[in-house]
Structures are given as structure tokens and as C-alpha cells.
Design a protein around this ligand. Structure first.
Ligand code: NAP
Length: 248
């Protein structure tokens, strides 16, 4: 039986790239998405084209009940869970803190922090050898924003990734003895649609040339690191925060 990976926010961008690479490496993939069913179905079709099992499962990770239902669906459809890429995340319009509404800050924290915690909790409940699981690996999709702070753009978002880094370090130590490895990837400026959500679709073109490596990165370059972290090649890696930033 092949191994199963759940990827949250896998209908587009980095999550979709992880799903494609996972399938190419022999994983069955549960493709979570928020609203874009068509895009999620297209990713599932690509996974199946690699001869692997795929299922698109809608859930807003900011809602505990929906995360529980997401995992129930994974249990039902796949019958096992070996890795989770905790990837779903949002930014809001670029803004200074003094101009941010409370509602906006609450939503960014709800998806990026509360959601990430719920997704990680349910993963550990299934993977922990103490709870009858077979062990596994979690990769949290953090951001270089956690150490840069994203001034004048979205410090709320940056702070959610700081929380994710702390969660990665603490959870990794908590579950290292029960067969679960937990690591984070911290991408820099990566070509996806998230920048349009922040109000600047051309952000990669603006910032890429000024980066130490001279360009923005691709979702595939991030996926390669995430897939390495869940692989057996990374069997002694846990609690690591891996920058994928072209030197930023
Ligand atoms: P993206 O292209 O905007 O894709 C976001 C994905 O997350 C979509 O699949 C979306 O689903 C899903 N999603 C959004 N809100 C959700 C929710 N509440 N519940 C479940 N799924 C939800 O973003 P991306 O650039 O690939 O980013 C992926 C992750 O990498 C995020 O955590 C982001 O913070 C992180 N990251 C990105 C960059 C970058 O430069 N791109 C840099 C550093 C870190 P729908 O399609 O259904 O909307």
C-alpha cells in the first residue's frame, strides 16, 4: 500500500506543486482546498495521471469542525496518513498596522495560526505511536516573513509565521519520541497568486531582481524542499526551519 500525504491549500501555488511532486514520488494525495473546487479537481487529475490515488476535500482550516471533517474524509478515503504539509495560508491587502481592521487581523490569525494548529493537532493524533499510529512527518509552510516582519506590507501575516515557527520548534520536541518529525519551510518571494491577494500581483517582478540570487523563486523549488523533509532522507531532521529564499 502506498503512503498518503494530506496537503492543505493544495489547489494552487506551492500546495499544488507539492501535490504534483508527491504523486511523482509515489504518494497518494489528499488535496484540501477552500473554495476553488475546479482547481483542486485539476490537481487531482494530475496526481491520478501519475498512477496515484487522489481526492479533493473542501475545508476552511480556520474552522475546527471543518478540519475534523477533513481528517475524517482522509481516514475514510485513504485509510492511512503518513505526512501532512500544513500549507494553507493567506495574506490580506498590503497595509500599515494603523490602517488594519480588527476583522482582517482576526481572519489572518484564524487561517494561518489557529488553522495550522488544528491541522497539526489532528495529524499528531493519527501519527503518534503512543496513540496507535505508525509515525509520520509534518511540514509547516512558514515564511521568511517571520524573521523579516513585512513592514508596510503585512506584519499581521509575518507574525502568524512567527507563531508557526514557534509551534514547529515546540511540537517537534513534543513528538520526537512518538515517531513524528515536524519541520518548517520558510519560502521567500515565490511566484504564486498570493501576491494578488495582497494587492500587488507584480510583487515578484518588482522584488526578484533585488534579491541576492537575482530572481523570485518557483513553487516547484519550495515543493522540492518540503518533499525532502517528509522523506526518509530527512529521518534525523526535526524542529528545523529551512529557508528557501534565494539568500533573502
Ligand atoms: P496561494 O497561491 O494563494 O494558494 C493558497 C492555497 O491555500 C489555495 O489552495 C487556497 O485554496 C488555500 N486556502 C486559502 N485559504 C484557505 C483556508 N482558509 N482553508 C483551506 N485552504 C485555504 O498561496 P501560496 O503562495 O501557494 O502559499 C502557500 C503557503 O506558502 C502559504 O502558507 C503562504 O503563507 C506560504 N508562503 C508563500 C510565499 C510566496 O511568496 N508565495 C512565501 C512565503 C510563504 P482555494 O484555491 O480554494 O482558494
Amino acid at each position: 500500500m502506498s503512503k498518503t500525504m494530506l496537503i492543505t491549500g493544495a489547489s494552487r501555488g506551492i500546495g499544488a506543486a507539492c501535490a504534483r511532486l508527491a504523486a511523482a514520488r509515489g504518494w497518494d494525495v489528499a488535496v484540501n482546498y477552500a473554495g476553488n473546487a475546479e482547481a483542486a479537481d485539476a490537481v487531482c487529475a494530475e496526481v491520478r495521471a501519475c498512477g496515484r490515488h487522489a481526492a479533493a476535500i473542501q475545508a476552511d482550516v480556520a474552522e475546527e469542525a471543518q478540519v475534523m471533517a477533513l481528517y475524517d474524509a482522509v481516514d475514510r478515503k485513504f485509510g492511512r496518513l503518513d505526512a501532512v504539509i500544513n500549507n494553507a495560508g493567506i495574506v490580506a491587502l498590503q497595509s500599515r498596522l494603523e490602517d488594519m481592521s480588527g476583522e482582517r487581523i482576526q481572519r489572518v490569525l484564524a487561517v494561518n495560526v489557529f488553522g495550522a494548529f488544528m491541522v497539526a493537532r489532528e495529524a499528531v493524533r493519527r501519527m503518534s505511536t503512543e496513540r496507535g499510529g505508525a509515525g509520520g512527518a509534518i511540514v509547516n509552510m512558514s515564511s521568511a516573513a517571520s524573521r523579516i516582519g513585512s513592514p508596510n506590507e503585512y506584519i499581521d501575516y509575518a507574525a502568524t509565521k512567527g507563531a508557526m515557527d514557534s509551534m514547529t520548534i515546540g511540537l517537534a520536541r513534543e513528538v520526537a519520541g512518538v515517531g513524528v518529525r515536524v519541520n518548517a519551510v520558510r519560502p521567500g518571494i515565490i511566484e504564486t497568486e498570493i501576491h494578488a491577494l495582497g494587492g500587488e500581483p507584480g510583487r515578484c517582478a518588482r522584488m526578484g531582481p533585488g534579491l541576492p540570487i537575482g530572481r523570485s523563486g518557483t513553487a516547484e523549488e519550495v515543493a522540492a524542499v518540503a518533499l525532502w523533509l517528509v522523506s526518509d532522507e530527512a529521518s534525523y531532521v526535526t524542529g528545523a526551519l529551512v529557508d528557501v529564499t534565494g539568500g533573502r
